[in-house]
Design a protein around this ligand. Structure first.
Ligand SMILES: Cc1cc2nc3c(=O)[nH]c(=O)nc-3n(C[C@H](O)[C@H](O)[C@H](O)COP(=O)(O)OP(=O)(O)OC[C@H]3O[C@@H](n4cnc5c(N)ncnc54)[C@H](O)[C@@H]3O)c2cc1C
Length: 491
């Protein structure tokens, strides 16, 4: 029989733990939640604005969510699924605004049109088919498509000006796209929870170990990084929301499920422009097509970002290599994660992903000049001197053992102990945008009966479409009307 948790420990103060804290408090205001964060700031790893791309992933512009089969048919299932999840997130964030957990939606979410842009007959044909299929769906009905250079110039002049030759181009445009500052959102949520005295959150506290006790609880060893002292905290439910650091902690739990996983870190780097004459000409996120062999998260895009009130253009991310699992992690992370149990399937995975290895090596070797040449495919008149390089966050690509072989996973994996008392989130895609659905899935995995019989009505108070299908045109319209108003996503 499932028991509702009373004492909960959340490891890490990123967007995932912030979201789970609110959900748990709604389920039962008496649940005692302790959050431990090793950095001295909240939301400062992957969730921080410059560490991720800030795209509110709603599948408006991400071409890798709509693969085209050999038969020429574009499959939109993944795109529709992600679009629904993002609407769920917007409903949840609207609840946070209405219930004073966050105060200024305009500080974390900005309307930013989402565009896809391609060139050459093959890709134009793909984009047209993608558009024809997606625009039939209620969540994509406002999508526009054009092959007309003057129309595309109206949407995003930088990608058109100076384009030479007469190669065919095409673009789609969705006004309802967003740019999200997930770091700001994380900080606002935790501040709201702390103001209401609903949780305790200790920064500069690193979780070092997790041990299962004979009474079914978990003993969590936490080190106070300022004083150097250790303490033990007991919990009947633990969430490892440590981002890239989750895999190392999961391995420490010793649960059988943890033995099936390994990780491979891929860093990111942006080209950034703060030249006012350039940035004022661009107001969109323009996504292109990934190069052959490139992992899905390396799709290049040229984005308007406004971070802490300052506008910039970001292009990338370019892949980088480091053995760290967290940007603020240690160079020994990768080596610590390899053990007798996983070395076989990790090596096997490497051997079967030669294209990815080649792609990563080619990216690591790119000079700034070469990166600007890639940028010029999107913004032909880009000048080297207007752009500087800055590192993004680290991602740890999950490698899962399946039938003795290692399979590279590009999505998000929730790993849960058999009794549901411990859960970890691995992977980073589509990431923060779908944090609400990810945390709801986690609760469903850990507490299936409680979720179905007791918690669903409470969740529905926060997320009105919960349990219903946002593919329904009327529901989608009503949901968007509300979230657009509350979150101030005005067209
Ligand atoms: C380059 C890049 C681009 C991305 N672009 C997008 C995007 O456009 N849209 C999108 O939705 N998502 C994007 N993502 C993914 C998104 O950033 C992540 O999915 C999300 O931020 C993960 O949140 P989190 O709370 O799990 O992890 P984090 O925000 O990394 O938080 C984990 C926290 O745990 C702490 N921690 C780690 N170990 C310990 C320990 N032992 N003890 C205590 N604390 C610990 C860390 O310090 C950190 O603060 C991108 C990611 C990257 C790297």
């Amino acid at each position: 029989m499932e028991k509702q948790p009373q004492e909960v420990v959340l490891v890490g103060a990123g967007i995932m733990s912030a979201t789970l804290s609110i959900l748990l408090k709604k389920i039962d205001p008496n649940i005692k939640i302790s959050v431990f964060e090793k950095l001295d700031k909240i939301g400062f790893e992957s969730s921080d604005a410059f560490n991720n791309a800030g795209t509110g992933h709603s599948a408006f512009c991400e071409l890798n969510y709509t693969p085209m089969g050999k038969d020429g048919i574009v499959n939109i299932d993944k795109a529709v699924g992600i679009a629904k999840k993002f609407e769920t997130s917007k409903e949840f964030w609207s609840y946070l605004v209405e219930n004073n957990y966050v105060s200024s939606p305009e500080k974390f979410l900005r309307p930013t049109p989402h565009m896809s842009f391609v060139w050459g007959d093959e890709d134009v044909n793909f984009l047209k088919k993608r558009y024809e299929k997606l625009s039939q769906h209620p969540l994509f009905k406002d999508m526009e498509y054009s092959e007309d250079i003057s129309k595309i110039k109206e949407w995003a002049p930088l990608i058109v000006d100076g384009r030479k030759g007469n190669e065919k181009v095409a673009a789609t445009h969705m006004n309802l796209g967003t740019d999200v500052n997930f770091g700001e959102l994380t900080r606002q949520i935790f501040k709201g929870l702390q103001n209401k005295k609903e949780i305790t959150l200790e920064t500069e506290h690193e979780v070092k170990d997790l041990t299962r006790l004979s009474n079914g609880k978990w003993a969590i060893k936490v080190k106070d990084l300022k004083s150097g002292t250790n303490k033990a905290v007991n919990a009947d439910f633990v969430f490892i929301g440590a981002g890239g650091g989750a895999i190392l902690l999961l391995q420490k739990t010793g649960i059988p499920e943890s033995k099936k996983y390994g990780g491979f870190p891929v860093g990111g780097q942006w080209l950034i422009c703060q030249n006012e004459d350039v940035i004022k000409k661009h107001h969109a996120k323009v996504y292109g097509k990934a190069k052959i062999g490139a992992p899905p998260m390396s799709v290049p895009h040229l984005d308007t970002r406004v971070i802490d009130g300052k506008q910039s253009l970001l292009f990338g991310p370019f892949a980088t290599f480091s053995t760290k699992f967290l940007k603020q992690g240690s160079h020994t992370d990768l080596f610590k994660s390899v053990n007798f149990g996983n070395v076989g399937f990790l090596l096997n995975c490497g051997l079967h992903n030669i294209d990815l290895t080649k792609y990563l090596i080619s990216q690591v070797l790119l000079s700034k000049e070469k990166k600007v040449e890639s940028l010029q495919e999107y913004y032909p008149e880009a000048k080297l001197e207007d752009w500087f390089e800055q590192s993004a966050g680290q991602r740890v690509q999950v490698i899962e053992e399946e039938n003795g072989k290692g399979t590279l996973k590009f999505g998000t994996e929730i790993v849960t102990s058999q009794d549901g008392s411990m859960s970890a989130l691995l992977g980073a895609s589509p990431g923060a945008s779908t944090s609400v659905s990810a945390m709801l899935d986690l609760l469903k995995q850990c507490f299936p009966n409680l979720m179905k019989n007791n918690w669903d009505p409470l969740i529905k108070e926060m997320i009105p479409s919960h349990g219903e299908d946002l593919g329904n045109a009327e529901l989608a319209e009503a949901s968007r009307a509300r979230t657009t108003e509350v979150l101030k996503i005005f067209k």
